[in-house]
Design a protein around this ligand. Structure first.
Ligand code: MG
Length: 270
């Protein structure tokens, strides 16, 4: 299946958005915020922040689901009234506090040991970011990122496995996670059901968003009109566009899409 551009499906999207229990879900980096040289340098565009703020006032649920720590995600966006899910579903920011899954926290000692072992083999430019429940190895700033993947990824995979942890890949990042069956897809599904949504849109751009795009299909089989938007970029993995229902052409086009969603919602409630 190849996804169509969202602007070719305005009527379908309008119908979703008009449902009283419609919820919006989105990734941050590469979706609402352009990819930056480092995670700290990334920033949500002013247009996307404004749309989220306006949508939070109109919708029963606006949730951000990211690989970042929940606190970092909340700090990057800083809006009240949103649900902030971090570490790929392993934790949530709730009223100024971060609540993590205990089964993930149990692997913290193993994660620290793996961190030390990985740190010892990292070349210049690669950074291991301790995210509490997970570890991200950013290699965008290495001299040759392709070479890094060819030479170091297997070693890092082995270290993760030796410590009972699991390795995932993303855009110029390797992620070490606890072996807990939680991902963006399960987070999406739980929030949709908890909030009794009847329709939803999920937006994402990277490998870790695939589980949520797949979840959209599963939710539809359960009677919830959930659809996935894949955000296109030079670095976008091809699977994203295969799994998505609709496509947006980068962060600027996501602004257009959110603007349309907002307009459609307002039109439906008057
Ligand atoms: Mg992303």
């Amino acid at each position: 299946m190849t996804a169509i551009h969202w602007s070719k499906a305005k009527e379908q999207i309008r119908q979703l958005v008009a449902q009283p229990r419609f919820g919006l879900f989105s990734d941050l980096d590469g979706t609402l915020a352009p990819i930056a040289p480092t995670p700290e340098a990334a920033a949500i565009t002013p247009g996307n922040r404004q749309h989220l703020q306006d949508l939070a006032a109109e919708l029963p649920l606006v949730a951000l689901i990211s690989g970042r720590r929940a606190a970092s995600l909340q700090a990057k966006v800083g809006l009240p009234g949103l649900v902030y899910v971090g570490n790929h579903g392993l934790e949530q920011w709730l009223d100024g506090k971060v609540v993590g899954l205990p089964q993930a926290a149990a692997h913290r000692p193993a994660l620290e040991q793996a961190h030390a072992a990985i740190q010892a083999i990292l070349p210049p430019g690669a950074v291991a970011e301790d995210k509490g429940l997970t570890l991200s190895i950013h290699y965008r700033q290495t001299k040759d990122p392709r070479e890094f993947m060819l030479t170091r990824a297997v070693e890092i995979h082995n270290i993760a496995r030796q410590h009972g942890l699991v390795l995932f890949t993303g855009k110029m990042v390797l992620e070490v996670r606890p072996p807990v069956e939680v991902d963006k897809g399960t987070a999406f599904s739980e929030l949709a059901l908890e909030n009794k949504l009847t329709a939803a849109l999920f937006l994402g751009d990277d490998i870790s968003d695939l589980s949520a795009l797949e979840t959209a299909t599963k939710l539809r089989s359960q009677g919830i009109a959930a659809y996935g938007v894949g955000v296109q970029s030079e670095e976008a993995p091809p699977e994203i566009l295969q799994q998505a229902d609709y496509v947006a052409d980068g962060v600027a086009d996501v602004e257009e899409l959110l603007g349309f969603v907002l307009m459609a919602r307002k039109a439906s409630s008057t």
